[in-house]
Write a protein that binds this ligand. Structure first.
Ligand code: NAI
Ligand code: MG
Length: 357
């Protein structure tokens, strides 16, 4: 029996989580679900967005299924008490360093893409972003009065881009291993013509690649990658990159697929334990109205089965069921178009359960 920590969170979190759980339960797998409060809901009940008990549950579980957290009403709180801090706290405590975001364009939803249908039909790429290093966390950082540069004597701010060899090694392994489950091609994205960190990145990726002779490796500069993602996105299979470039490229890739309500994500540690969540937030504007698209969360549950629980066939059953409900013409409001049947959160989840076959 594997233990799944279920953290539904705020806003639409509980609504979309209920549907993901219904789908998982229908599969009749050896999984035990334990729920805990997180985000604003945890702050209301316990005065902290990530209470000890929630963290302990996440740490003892085999995987974490996460809904979404946040609401504008918490903007007045000091930073450490805001709902979103729970995600950062979980990432840190669980050592989640690899963020996996598939960008998959369903044939039925090509019109929702920011690109021409012929460019994205059949698109199926996986962006892997390093999550714990890079300029977001590198020290030193701060503000001071400049003593050199273009304007000495004026206020300046600085951040430090840093990557260590082991940090790059472990994310490279994640990328090559993921590629083995897909198209066996990795594109490593950096800026090695300018940055020292990127030169180390490239060197290390080349070394790790020697252990994966069955996977092809290509290097691409980040500015070119940004262009290629909108020019010929289907040429990618697995794209691996650092924290900063990955932040930007993963959002760019998200727009290739249409609605954010369709996009799952995974954050993994060194032992494939992970936290799985939709790429979107808590959508307070539509919470409690049975309007949210539950498919991103349902597809995140499928990723959990594949990457943390070694249940790839069950993951495929969920993904096929999602494909089937789209073929049936069912659409939540965010992906609705003329001629399709508009359904709510619950009806969409129930349709996926029926389509599991
Ligand atoms: P958001 O992703 O919650 O919503 C953006 C827009 O997309 C809204 O119009 C929303 O209605 C729509 N949307 C999002 N998910 C949807 C779904 N499943 N089905 C249909 N429509 C959907 O981002 P926003 O509005 O910037 O943030 C809202 C709150 O969520 C904030 O408190 C923010 O901090 C938090 N947030 C939490 C995240 C997390 O829990 N990982 C990630 C991003 C934001
Ligand atoms: Mg971002």
């Amino acid at each position: 029996m594997k233990k799944i920590a279920v953290l539904a969170g705020d806003g639409i979190g509980p609504e979309i989580m209920a549907q993901a759980l219904a789908v998982l339960r229908a599969l009749d797998l050896p999984l035990a679900f334990e729920e805990a409060l997180v985000g604003g809901a945890a702050y209301e009940a316990h005065g902290h967005p990530l209470p000890e008990a929630t963290l302990a549950l996440a740490q003892s579980a085999d995987a974490v299924l996460f809904g979404a957290v946040g609401d504008w009403k918490y903007d007045v709180l000091e930073r450490r008490l805001r709902p979103e801090q729970a995600i950062l706290g979980l990432r840190k405590a669980l050592g989640l360093f690899a963020n996996l975001r598939p960008a998959l364009c369903y044939e039925q939803l090509v019109h929702a893409s920011s690109l021409k249908p012929e460019l994205v039909a059949g698109l199926d790429i996986l962006i892997i972003r390093e999550l714990t290093g890079d300029i977001y966390f590198g020290q030193p950082r701060g503000r001071r009065t400049a003593t050199d540069g273009h304007f000495p004597g004026t206020e300046e701010a600085f951040d430090t881009m840093r990557y260590s060899r082991p940090e790059i090694e472990r994310i490279a392994h994640v990328a090559f291993q993921a590629a083995r489950q897909r198209g066996r091609h990795v594109t490593s994205v950096d800026k090695n013509n300018v940055l020292e960190t990127s030169q180390l990145w490239k060197d290390v990726v080349v070394e790790v690649h020697k252990e994966y002779p069955d996977v092809t490796l290509e290097h691409m500069l980040v500015d070119n990658a940004a262009m290629q993602l909108v020019k010929a996105p289907r040429k990618f299979d697995v794209l691996v990159t650092g924290n900063l470039f990955g932040d930007i490229l993963s959002d760019e890739a998200a727009m290739l697929t249409g609605s954010i309500g369709m996009l799952p994500s995974a954050s993994l540690d060194a032992n494939n334990k992970g936290l799985y969540e939709p790429s979107h937030g808590s959508a307070p504007d539509i919470a409690g109205q049975d309007m949210a698209n539950p498919l991103a969360t349902i597809l995140s549950a499928a990723m959990m089965l594949r990457y943390s629980l070694d249940l790839a066939p069950a993951a495929q059953r969920i993904e096929a069921a999602v494909q089937k409900v789209l073929e049936q013409g069912l659409r939540t409001a965010d992906i609705w178009s003329e001629g399709c049947q508009k359904v709510g959160t619950r009806a969409m989840g129930e349709a996926v359960v029926r389509a599991l076959g």
